[in-house]
Design a protein around this ligand. Structure first.
Ligand SMILES: *[C@@H]1O[C@H](CO)[C@@H](O)[C@H](O)[C@H]1NC(C)=O
Ligand SMILES: *[C@@H]1O[C@H](CO)[C@@H](O)[C@H](O)[C@H]1NC(C)=O
Ligand SMILES: *[C@@H]1O[C@H](CO)[C@@H](O)[C@H](O)[C@H]1NC(C)=O
Ligand SMILES: *[C@@H]1O[C@H](CO)[C@@H](O)[C@H](O)[C@H]1NC(C)=O
Ligand SMILES: *[C@@H]1O[C@H](CO)[C@@H](O)[C@H](O)[C@H]1NC(C)=O
Length: 440
């Protein structure tokens, strides 16, 4: 009996150094913001933008529920990475942590709320006059943590829907395919879209269905009775059909087709995936490689990465789903709603086997706002048989989805006129294409 207790105690601590020869070097995560107001709705909906008053008011704003969800999430992260594993410092260290948010109020405020849970509690850890000012007006224990961001429309890393003409053209190519034509003509899909069009007072198609589905999801959380009383055409049955169709549309939008779609010598699905999830997966993978290369090096170029232990992207369901799609795990990770929920998060951990000096990665997933665990999902990745998998596998996945050119250039490269590789041809096409697109 005593032996069992001792063993389970050992296992609890074993997390930091499994078998004594594994060491955690870097944690990177991409999380979704918390509960929010809808992004838009159709014109006949009685619940319009003016009816959303929390979190500053209007569409797309984080609610107090969403703030609390991220506060709890931050506390969970503290429990795991600070208290249980002793990986991160007890007090905020500017060298260890970097937080990058997309330039949206809800993701920035989610990051603030998360870090409040992780490093801003009045639990006696933080030092007054050192971590925060000694002033009666300052909330005791609150340590502000810097949140970085970049222009949303040009954020090709964390925003899969950044401005990108190439993606728009690829999506149009996809929609013209036999598979997507057949999907839109399928009687259940066509009837649903017609019904919604009639009831919404505007055209509902596969492009705007996911937004409408999202609005109705949010209205059910915050105004279910009003929704049922005022949108009398809305029913659980209809919502379930919308969920199924929206799920399929999101897969298509991310380049996941049942039949490979080759047009103009391009694998259209892969090309879409490269644009939506390729940059962020490559950034994550490259940062792991940089961490490895800088191990035990003191050169100036290594200073930042050597100190870094935790990098978080505060982003969107679309960001996480795009990562699933480039990793080929979109059908296995999310069990229930089929799409990342509020505060869902994917974690990439870099581990080093200190005996043979080889790097491994581990992927975990937080399912929803009440999840208390980060579930290991590494084995879902093709080629991985254990929770820890050779970093080479991740590098290979990243390479497969690496954008061919810097995104600003690549997004102006028309997939309908490019024939093969060859950067001279690319550059010529880019300059012509940017003229054409700028007119559009
Ligand atoms: C939305 O807000 C408007 C203006 O405040 C109000 O007249 C209307 O009743 C509200 N609608 C609902 C469904 O609450
Ligand atoms: C962010 O909040 C400001 C007001 O604080 C508002 O004007 C703006 O529209 C919001 N932006 C987004 C993207 O929600
Ligand atoms: C479409 O609406 C009609 C009535 O407006 C209803 O009888 C029918 O079941 C609806 N179909 C779908 C797919 O929701
Ligand atoms: C909203 O109301 C409907 C019908 O009463 C119910 O089936 C559904 O579960 C409710 N949704 C939420 C999120 O409470
Ligand atoms: C670390 O590497 C050594 C030497 O190759 C090996 O014996 C050991 O099993 C590895 N540890 C783990 C946890 O994989």
């Amino acid at each position: 009996m005593k032996g069992i207790i001792l063993l389970s105690l050992l296992c609890r601590f074993a997390d930091t150094e499994i078998n004594g020869d594994l060491k955690l070097l870097l944690v990177q995560t991409v999380w979704r913001h918390g509960d929010r107001s809808p992004m838009k709705t159709c014109q006949t909906d009685p619940i319009q933008e003016r009816n959303w008053t929390f979190g500053g008011g209007g569409y797309g704003q984080l609610s107090p529920i969403g703030m609390k969800q991220h506060l709890k999430f931050g506390k969970l992260l503290r429990k795991k990475y600070v208290e249980e594993m002793g990986f991160l410092s007890k007090r905020y260290s500017s060298k260890e942590i970097y937080i990058r948010s997309t330039d949206r109020n809800r993701t920035i405020i989610s990051a603030i709320s998360n870090l409040l849970g992780m490093y801003g509690q009045n639990d006696g850890t933080n030092v007054v006059g050192m971590d925060y000012p000694d002033d009666a007006d300052w909330p005791a224990g609150f340590v502000p943590v810097a949140i970085h961001t970049s222009d949303h429309s040009r954020d090709h890393v964390a925003n899969p829907d950044s401005a990108c003409n190439r993606q728009a053209v690829l999506w149009a190519m996809a929609k013209s395919s036999r598979e997507l034509q057949a999907f839109q003509e399928r009687p259940d899909v066509a009837v649903l879209l017609l019904n919604l069009t009639r009831n919404c007072g505007e055209t509902v198609n596969i492009d705007n269905l996911p937004d409408l589905h999202d609005a109705l999801y949010v209205e059910q959380i915050h105004a279910n009775d009003t929704l049922r009383a005022t949108n009398t055409w809305f029913s659980d049955e209809m919502y379930n059909m919308m969920t199924a169709v929206a799920r399929q549309v999101r897969l298509y939008k991310n380049g996941i087709f049942n039949e490979a779609l080759i047009m103009n010598n391009l694998d259209v699905g892969l090309e879409i995936q490269k644009i939506r999830g390729g940059s962020i997966l490559n950034e994550i993978s490259t940062r792991m490689s940089a961490k490895m290369e800088c191990l035990n090096k003191n050169t100036p170029g290594c200073k930042w990465i050597s100190g870094l232990k935790y990098y978080a992207y505060s982003a969107h369901d679309s960001t996480i789903f795009a990562i699933f799609c480039v990793m080929g795990i979109q059908d296995t990770v999310v069990e229930d709603a089929g799409y990342p929920q509020y505060t869902a998060a994917i974690f990439f951990e870099l581990w080093l086997n200190i005996t043979d000096n080889r790097p491994y990665f581990k992927v975990t997933y937080r399912q929803n706002p009440i999840s208390e665990e980060l579930r290991p999902i590494t084995k879902m990745v093709d080629g991985c048989t254990e929770d820890l998998c050779s970093l080479e596998i991740l590098k290979k996945l990243a390479k497969r989805s690496k954008p061919d050119l810097p995104m600003e250039q690549w997004c102006e490269l028309n997939p309908q006129s490019s024939s093969s590789t060859g950067s001279l041809l690319y550059l010529a096409v880019v300059s012509v294409m940017s003229l054409i697109y700028n007119d559009g």
